[in-house]
Design a binder for this molecule. Structure first.
Ligand code: GRF
Length: 206
């Protein structure tokens, strides 16, 4: 089943890039139909232009209220018939109205094994530094469903990596980013090819 993907990204967009490449290489059938960023100078918007993908610079501070912002997001998502939303390095909360309308259709990728080293303020290198400071022996990446609380939604897929004694936050980030670039397309593939089931916090595909 080909899904119409919208990717929200705030930063470099290497995860967005891996999704675009996966579509081109037919690793996934779905296509990125829309890119939204809260950051005008993000690599994500550059990638959108380079790949001729419709894109919007949208952020809450451009609007007089959250409901105006939320309505704008919803109308754009509906204009492009989006049926799966991906947060790929997106640093803002998704308005609760959008979470409600797209329940179980918003995925986020986080560079640790949730529920460890996640939540407000733990993003980018800080995640990996926290792993090293804690002395954890494994870390990894998690794709999870998005709800109104940061990094709280049910887990869809995870992959672990060993933490090496000589790892720095940068070397760990680099290794995990490579995992992320495979994990996110893999999660999309699950939604394309399997039936999604959800019991309590447990997600499984049949
Ligand atoms: C990734 O590590 C992702 O897990 C986290 O933010 C980073 C985004 O990197 N949410 P990029 O912008 O996709 O390169």
């Amino acid at each position: 089943l080909k899904l119409n993907l919208c990717v929200f990204a705030s930063g470099k967009g290497s995860n967005l890039n891996s999704i675009i490449k996966s579509g081109i290489k037919n690793v996934i059938q779905s296509k990125v139909e829309l890119i939204i960023s809260n950051n005008l100078t993000s690599g994500a918007l550059e990638l959108a232009k380079k790949n001729n993908i419709p894109n919007y610079h949208l952020s809450l501070k451009q609007f007089i209220s959250e409901s105006e912002y939320s309505n704008k997001l919803i109308s754009v998502l509906q204009d492009y018939n989006i049926n799966l939303i991906i947060l790929a390095g997106y640093m803002k909360l998704i308005p609760s109205e959008v979470c409600r309308l797209y329940k179980n259709k918003i995925l986020n990728i986080h560079p640790s094994l949730i529920p460890s080293f996640c939540g407000q303020g733990l993003y980018g290198l800080k995640v990996h530094q926290a792993v090293l400071d804690y002395g954890a022996k494994v870390s990894g990446a998690t794709v999870h469903l998005v709800d109104e609380i940061y990094d709280h939604g049910a887990i869809v897929i995870q992959k672990s990596v060993k933490v090496n004694d000589d790892d720095t936050a940068e070397s760990l980030q680099k290794r995990i980013l490579k995992i992320e670039h495979k994990l996110l397309p893999e999660a999309i593939r699950l939604f394309e090819t399997k039936k999604f089931n959800f019991e309590e916090r447990k997600v499984f595909f049949t």
